[in-house]
Design a protein around this ligand. Structure first.
Ligand code: C5P
Length: 311
């Protein structure tokens, strides 16, 4: 997709196959132990020489009727901040016309905004010739958001701290998923806040003891789907359900359709349904598309690489 002076990069969505959330820290973030899996749903960011910064958005969430899911085209977009941060750190002017082609739904718990920021860092680094190394880009990414470093590296990784401290996990076994996007987007801070309220009220465990990620990593390494299904953990599922009770119906629809395992992706409201294999994912996707509870249904697989130049 590189024509003339244009440079394009794409970055994947993620599913947290393990998301154990510790107590609220003094800085407003929660300490995490998470296992990220990058899946084959990609946003593409194309950058061209420009004067100052401008952003256009096409695809999912572009000019959506529902304001809640609308992807901003100004400095509220993480891509804008990514561009300013890279320009600032490299000492170059922040000049670029940026187009974001979205396939990843916004505010869905799939790290779509983080994917866009990671793709923008890679594309702008090439456009501006700033030659930042991966370590430099990872540091900038961590300042932009907890999930942005993972969007850069992709694959499978263990995330600690607020999610930004990554250790790669060697797990090449491919898993197949159907992502069902139900209803309007959920705000990540709202879901974390609801978890704190549920914990304060004693309605869910307090987060002092975090579930171990060993079982999910072992299952990602060697399968089968049933082992991965049994190991899935998401502490944000209860608060996402509390804020969005209809999500229960969406999770049940996936179980009824015969998914091997089901969980909410990140802070939701996407339902990630694990399939036995590629063929089963096609069947599951067709069934869930007809279930009448999802706005969008996508069959994906993981792991896939992180942000890369394309074209
Ligand atoms: O890092 P990011 O900008 O994606 O985080 C968005 C919000 O999600 C934070 O402001 C915080 O409210 C919540 N969050 C959290 N603990 C984390 C990551 C995010 O409480 N580890």
């Amino acid at each position: 997709m590189s024509t003339g002076d244009a440079v394009a990069a794409r970055a994947p969505a993620k599913v947290n196959v393990h998301l154990a959330v510790g107590p609220l820290r003094a800085d407003g973030f929660h300490e995490l132990r998470t296992v990220y899996l990058a899946v084959s749903l990609f946003d593409t960011v194309t950058v061209r020489p420009g004067s100052g910064l401008s952003i256009t958005v096409t695809g999912e969430g572009a000019g959506a009727a529902s304001g809640a899911d609308l992807v901003p085209t100004d400095r509220r977009n993480l891509v804008w901040r990514a561009a300013e941060l890279l320009a600032d750190s490299a000492g170059v002017p922040a000049d670029a016309a940026i187009d974001i082609a979205k396939a990843i739904p916004a505010a869905a718990g799939l790290a779509g905004g983080s994917a866009d920021a990671a793709a923008a860092l890679v594309a702008l680094d090439a456009l501006w010739g700033t030659r930042a190394g991966l370590e430099d880009l990872l540091q900038l990414a961590a300042r932009l958001g907890s999930d942005v470093p993972f969007s850069l590296v992709g694959g499978v990784a263990l995330g600690a701290g607020r999610g930004e401290k990554l250790s790669p996990v060697l797990a090449r076994t491919r898993s197949h998923w159907v992502l069902g996007i139900a209803g309007e987007g959920l705000s990540t801070p709202a879901v974390y806040g609801e978890l704190d309220r549920l914990r304060a009220a004693g309605r869910v465990p307090g987060g002092e003891e975090l579930a171990a990620e060993g079982p999910v990593i072992a299952a990602l390494r060697s399968g089968p789907a049933a082992a991965l299904a049994a190991a899935l953990v998401n502490d944000l599922q209860a608060p996402a359900l509390a804020l969005r009770p209809e999500l229960g119906r969406a999770l049940r629809a996936a179980v009824d359709a015969g998914a091997a395992g089901v969980l909410v992706s990140g802070s939701g409201p996407t339902v990630a349904a694990l399939a036995e294999d590629e063929q089963d994912a096609v069947r599951l996707a067709a069934e869930l598309a007809g279930a009448g509870v999802f706005r969008t249904v996508r069959a994906v697989h993981g792991p896939v690489p992180g942000a890369r130049l394309v074209g």
